[in-house]
Design a protein around this ligand. Structure first.
Ligand SMILES: [Mn+2]
Length: 416
């Protein structure tokens, strides 16, 4: 019986730390190896394959090598962009891999009298694949609105629709604020809806639309998703068996590393007590080969947060040979000096807090400049402007790239 795999939101290139970048790549390699072993006919990548439209090239090289291996063993890749690896003003690495023949874009779109037409890709296994990429500036929303559904719905055979976006009816409560479209936006009568964008796994059938699937990431893409792994969340992808229709959907877990959380509440302790207990806790923990997330929070009753020797605690933890230790002391305060800035506060936390404090003064009516959306936009813009000149990039290219990145984030299209 033929099979295909469905992955999404891999975000290759995410994370600053080389150890985490490496784990992400290993998760991708593990998943592809499993597909080769399982002899899937094709792999659907439902967007956000990369963390940005131009991720770091060493990550791209590793990922491309593995994909080449799959292609050489007869597997085909059908991919769409996600909101992360698409840019309205810039080429994406997805285009490069498409051009090089590693991927086939699942979005074969044309327009006719204001209607959006999609063509099916005919896979040799018999499956028919088509889809719409996740784009910025709500371009994809307009495409769904103008989509000629009837032609797609009348097409006979085994059909897979690939998309990148949340579905209102299926949106997890934790993502209530996430932009979503109603399920009726998707053309009906497909056998499988290969979704991306939502980083939480689900497989649901709605009337007229069976098997709407979101596999979520293969590993994690940020700190909060690392915490989810530490708390027992399983990550992976789907393998779908089909003959006429879908006969089985299997979730394939991918695990590349143990992630543990060491949580310490310093509430009501003195700084000396907290330090002693933290060092003892570090000495007790079995961190060898693991990703360790150390969270220290609470308000000290006595002493300053800076009295705690965080270096010694870290050193003690590192002695047992963890892969990496990420510490978060941003919610540690002291009663004695309520205004004292806590030590080791990651710069991102400070920036976020500043924006959160100032965003209330924004007078604009524009929704995306206000509240949490405004904070996110300001942080994105700041990060884009912080990026320095790349090696071998000349000044003109650097300026061009920076201004395009800024426009992308603001959701403005460049003048031609
Ligand atoms: Mn994503």
């Amino acid at each position: 019986m033929p099979k295909f795999a469905h992955m999404s939101d891999i975000h290759i290139g995410a994370f600053r730390q080389p150890e985490l970048k490496e784990l992400l790549l290993r998760a991708f390699e593990t998943a592809i190896d499993r597909c080769i072993r399982d002899k899937v006919a094709f792999i659907v990548l439902a967007g956000d394959i990369f963390d940005s439209n131009i991720p770091d090239l060493s990550s791209v090289r590793r990922a491309a090598e593995k994909m080449k291996k799959a292609v050489d063993s007869g597997i085909r890749f059908y991919a769409i962009y996600g909101s992360h690896d698409f840019s309205p003003n810039y080429s994406s690495i997805v285009d490069v891999l498409d051009g090089a023949g590693l991927f086939t874009s699942a979005e074969d779109m044309s327009s006719e009298e204001g209607r959006v037409l999609l063509s099916f890709l005919q896979d040799p296994s018999g499956a028919k694949v088509c889809g719409i990429s996740g784009k910025k500036l709500s371009i994809d929303r307009d495409e769904y609105a103008a989509l000629d559904r009837r032609r797609l719905e009348e097409e006979p055979g085994f059909k897979v629709f690939v998309f990148h976006g949340a579905i209102e009816e299926l949106r997890p409560s934790s993502l209530e604020k996430m932009d979503a479209m109603p399920a009726s936006s998707l053309p009906a009568t497909f056998d499988y809806y290969a979704g991306g964008h939502v980083h939480s796994r689900s497989l649901t059938s709605l009337p007229g639309r069976r098997n709407i699937a979101f596999p979520g990431p293969l590993f994690a893409t940020d700190y909060s998703e690392l915490l989810e792994l530490a708390r027992g969340m399983e990550r992976g992808f789907y393998i779908v068996e089909f003959e006429g229709g879908v006969s089985n959907v299997e979730f394939v877990p991918v695990k590349v590393c143990d992630v543990i959380e060491i949580h310490y509440s310093a509430g009501g302790k003195t700084s000396a007590q907290a330090e002693k207990e933290l060092i003892a806790l570090a000495a007790r923990s079995d961190a060898a080969g693991k990703v360790v997330l150390l969270t220290v929070e609470g308000e000290l009753d006595e002493g300053k947060t800076s009295d705690i020797d965080f270096f010694a605690i870290r050193k003690r933890l590192l002695a047992s040979g963890p892969l990496i230790v990420l510490s978060n002391y941003s919610h540690l305060t002291s009663h004695e000096l309520a205004t004292e800035p806590s030590p080791h506060k990651p710069i991102q936390v400070t920036e976020r807090e500043l924006f959160e404090r100032e965003v209330v003064h924004v007078k604009s009516e524009e929704q995306k400049l206000r509240g949490e959306q405004g904070v996110a936009l300001a942080l994105n813009l700041l990060n884009a402007l912080k990026e320095g000149r790349k090696e071998n990039e000349n000044k003109g290219e650097f300026e061009d790239r920076t201004s395009k990145a800024g426009l992308d984030i603001l959701g403005v299209k460049e003048d031609d």
